[in-house]
Design a protein. Structure first.
Length: 127
């Protein structure tokens, strides 16, 4: 364990949480459950580390799980609104990407159906 501010946290999350505290202050200072701060801070550190993997596919696959974890930390009154905002932005990107892919799929399907009708018409003409 290592100290970050007034909180003991697992060593693997200390550098991440130190950067978070430097930017956002002690996000657990108003915690409803101080006895669980180590656990809640570990969860926040875990989510931030996942986001820092720079593997967008991985982040998208874990996005719902990460949002639930951060909401859980928020329910303990940790100041994680900045992280929820970031996750909401990623959610919006995922939605827009899905919509664009659906439109592209629909457009390609329409082209294929038109081509199929053309081929069927040509086949009938050859008979």
């Amino acid at each position: 364990m290592e100290n970050v501010g007034q909180h003991e946290v697992p060593v693997e999350y200390a550098p991440t949480l130190t950067r978070i505290f430097a930017k956002h202050g002690d996000i657990a200072s108003n915690s409803y459950f101080p006895q669980y701060n180590t656990f809640l801070l570990m969860l926040v550190g875990l989510v931030v580390q996942k986001l820092q993997t720079n593997n967008f596919g991985y982040v998208l696959s874990k996005l719902d799980n990460m949002k639930n974890i951060v909401r859980f930390a928020k329910s303990g009154n940790l100041n994680v609104s900045w992280l929820l905002k970031h996750l909401a932005e990623i959610e919006e990107i995922r939605t827009l990407t899905t919509m664009a892919a659906t439109r592209e799929f629909d457009a390609r399907k329409k082209i294929m159906m038109t081509a199929k009708k053309t081929v069927q018409g040509s086949t009938k003409a050859l008979r």
